[in-house]
Design a protein around this ligand. Structure first.
Ligand code: ATP
Length: 517
């Protein structure tokens, strides 16, 4: 755990030092759970958004994008169920005065049981060597059996109590399990209360005509209310999808994990409209497709796992998370939800407008079912950034910090470095930038010895350094250094564009996504 905390601290410090993420309004001591993206952060975020957008909209003939407004008619949120049900169960510790989400306390408790079981399994695997049968061990070793059974029991009890809105039972479960406040160590808890996460605001100039509004807590509703506009103007045939990226706002109860949980954040969502009865097939398909998108970035298959929801949201008939191995353990990165016809039917009811699709093959009209994929852009940013930040010991015993961002996502693709600030080398470096800048984000760096400049670019995540030296004057060649391997090769200036493109081009990365999924 200490090691994990340590890495997480490094991640936040590195993000600030290298121009990725800073706290919002820092000069006023910041605003809790609100962050700004600096010069490199904005590029990384844009590149992740583009990678998602192209994978969704460009690679699928039957998916189109929209950009709907953050403000929506307030009845939207009545229809979607957010006014009545977009709550989190909160609980306070009376001694530390810290506030927690009751469900998160229980989930963390359950996760620890899982970790204990895994530890036992690992130990046994080492002890038994090749003869180890994990499945048999899991079902026969009493300690492991107990850990796993309790893990399951806690989650399913919690799911049942939350479903029934039995908050007293949720509190009793926290007490029964002896869960203590991580800050005070005490078990002195208040009752559990429901807390609505939407931010309210007003639109209109005069007090009496002003209308109460909410800042959208998800981008999905902008898609639902536009469903028929898009279907008709795009002559879309079911199955088809509508994608959108944009800001969402949630007054989160606990917001202590940097950009993992923010009060203002960005979502990338896609609603896929299908025939009623076909939703499970599409739900499974989208689970596969989304995992394949993640794997294409090469952060390591072992860092992803699916988590099936015990407690379903008010609109869902199946839901799974893709969890990622963040510096603080496996947590939700993306949700894939089968939302039934809940949203469209509800908007029909509240608006009095038909939101149906005429299916020419079936020769009838119906309200489509929806399978949604929903990922937080900021959370994806954290996943990529945290996993890419590595400390390496080199063969000569020295260490280097390297930010191994997938090259397609790196903010700056190459840094051009004149070996010295004279003899015409800076002029050649500037000329190289002038040629490359139409295709890539490239920067100039002439300060310090070249070795230090390499290290600086490694830590900033720049995949290539291009060094101009005195030989360049003779042979029109430069040294191209690779961030990950640190290999240096001599290449012609005229070959640079192609060489960089081979590594960073979005099309070559998109081709890594399993098109069969
Ligand atoms: P959690 O259980 O972590 O609160 P959720 O299940 O409420 O998340 P969804 O409503 O499914 O989340 O939202 C879809 C995605 O939006 C999440 O998988 C996550 O990546 C992102 N997301 C949700 N809330 C936040 C937040 N406060 N800050 C950053 N990203 C968020």
């Amino acid at each position: 755990m200490a090691k994990q905390d340590d890495h997480f601290k490094k991640v936040t410090a590195h993000a600030k030092e290298y121009g990725y993420v800073v706290q919002s309004s820092e000069i006023y001591d910041g605003l809790a759970a609100v962050y700004d993206y600096a010069q490199n952060g904005v590029e990384l975020k844009k590149n992740i958004r583009e990678y998602w957008w192209k994978a969704m909209v460009q690679l699928h003939e039957n998916i189109v994008g929209i950009d709907s407004a953050i403000f929506m008619h307030p009845t939207t949120w009545k229809a979607s169920g957010h006014i009545d049900a977009f709550n989190d169960p909160l609980i306070d510790n009376k001694d530390s005065k810290k506030r927690y989400r009751a469900d998160v306390l229980l989930e963390d408790y359950a996760e620890k049981l899982l970790q204990k079981a895994e530890k036992e399994i690992k130990k046994a695997a080492k002890r038994f060597g090749d003869a180890f049968d994990e499945e048999q061990y899991k079902t026969t070793n009493p300690r492991v059996v107990n850990y796993l059974a309790e893990h399951q029991q806690v989650l399913s009890d919690m799911g049942r109590y939350l479903e029934a809105n039995d908050l007293a039972a949720v509190k009793a479960l926290i007490e029964e399990k002896g869960i203590a406040c991580p800050v005070s160590g005490s078990k002195n808890w208040t009752d559990v209360k429901q807390f609505n996460l939407m931010f309210g605001t007003k639109i209109g100039a005069s007090a009496d005509s002003a209308m109460d509004l909410f800042l959208r807590p998800e981008t999905a509703q902008g898609i639902f209310v536009n469903f028929l506009n898009i279907q008709k103007s795009g002559r879309m045939k079911i199955p088809f999808g509508i994608a959108q990226t944009g800001k969402a706002f949630r007054n989160e109860i606990v917001a202590r994990q940097f950009i993992f949980r923010m009060r203002e954040f960005e979502q990338m969502e896609m609603q896929f409209f299908v025939r009623p009865g076909e939703q499970m097939k599409w739900y499974e398909t989208w689970k596969k497709r989304r995992l394949s998108w993640h794997l294409s970035l090469g952060l390591g298959e072992e860092n992803y796992r699916f988590h099936q929801h015990e407690k379903l949201a008010h609109y869902a008939d199946a839901a799974a998370d893709i969890e990622f191995n963040f510096p603080f353990g496996f947590k939700e990165l993306e949700g894939i939800h089968s939302r039934t016809d809940f949203d469209l039917s509800s908007h029909e009811k509240f608006s009095g407008k038909k939101l149906q699709y005429f299916d020419p093959e079936l020769n009838k009209s119906y309200v489509p079912y929806v399978v949604e994929t929903s990922i937080g852009l900021d959370r994806m940013f954290l996943a990529v950034f945290a996993k890419s930040l590595q400390e390496e010991t080199l063969p000569n015993g020295s260490t280097r910090t390297v930010l191994r961002l997938p090259a397609v996502l790196a903010p700056v693709k190459a840094a051009v470095l004149p070996l010295v600030k004279k003899d015409g080398l800076p002029e050649i470096a500037h000329q190289i930038i002038a040629d490359l800048k139409f295709d890539f984000n490239v920067i100039y760096d002439e300060k310090d010895a070249v070795g230090r400049r390499y290290r600086r670019q490694d830590a900033a995540g720049t995949p290539f350094c291009i060094t101009v030296d005195h030989d360049t004057l003779e042979d029109q060649s430069v040294t191209l250094r690779d961030r990950d391997t640190m290999e240096q090769k001599r290449v012609k200036i005229t070959a640079l564009k192609q060489l960089i493109n081979d590594t960073v081009s979005i099309s070559s990365w998109l081709k890594k996504i399993d098109s069969e999924a």
